[in-house]
Design a protein around this ligand. Structure first.
Ligand SMILES: O=C(O)CCC(=O)C(=O)O
Ligand SMILES: [Fe+2]
Length: 137
């Protein structure tokens, strides 16, 4: 199964790919293959880590090409908490903010973030845009 271009809603995602491959990450505007390495895990930064780190960590855009080399199995483990009912708000970590580093995102509950992410679908646009402060230059 392939996927269109997206970044994950999680804080981190850990992936175990089989030997078929097909995962690509967008790096400097180029799609780069992530070759399967036996026994290796792929760790991807997700949108929520980008939000709480105020862009110090950037979520990685990736896609999976469905080729015809056979059935492909991958195991994805998404590190997030949105399945636990909580009204806790997540925003840029205060210690990372200063006059030179103002908050780039509004606070959001994880439920609200994932509802927006899921509602939007994998349309190629970042779910983070909705939570960005609009600043006047
Ligand atoms: O199948 C993969 O290797 C990645 C799948 C993926 O990007 C996802 O489930 O978010
Ligand atoms: Fe993904």
């Amino acid at each position: 199964m392939g996927t269109t271009k997206h970044s994950d809603a999680s804080f981190l995602t850990i992936l175990l790919q089989d030997q078929i491959g097909g995962l690509q990450v967008l790096y400097e505007n180029q799609w780069v293959d992530v070759p399967p390495v036996p026994g290796a895990l792929v760790v991807n930064i997700g949108d929520l880590l980008q939000l709480v780190s105020n862009d110090r960590f950037k979520s990685v855009e990736h896609q999976v090409l469905a080729n015809h080399a056979g059935p492909r199995v991958s195991v994805a483990c998404f590190f997030t908490l949105n399945f636990y009912p909580s009204t806790r708000l997540y925003g840029p970590i205060k210690e990372l903010l200063s006059e030179d580093h103002p908050p780039l995102y509004r606070e959001t509950s994880l439920q609200n973030f994932s509802a927006h992410y899921d509602g939007k679908g994998l349309d190629g646009n970042s779910a983070l845009t909705r939570f960005k402060w609009q600043r006047q230059q």
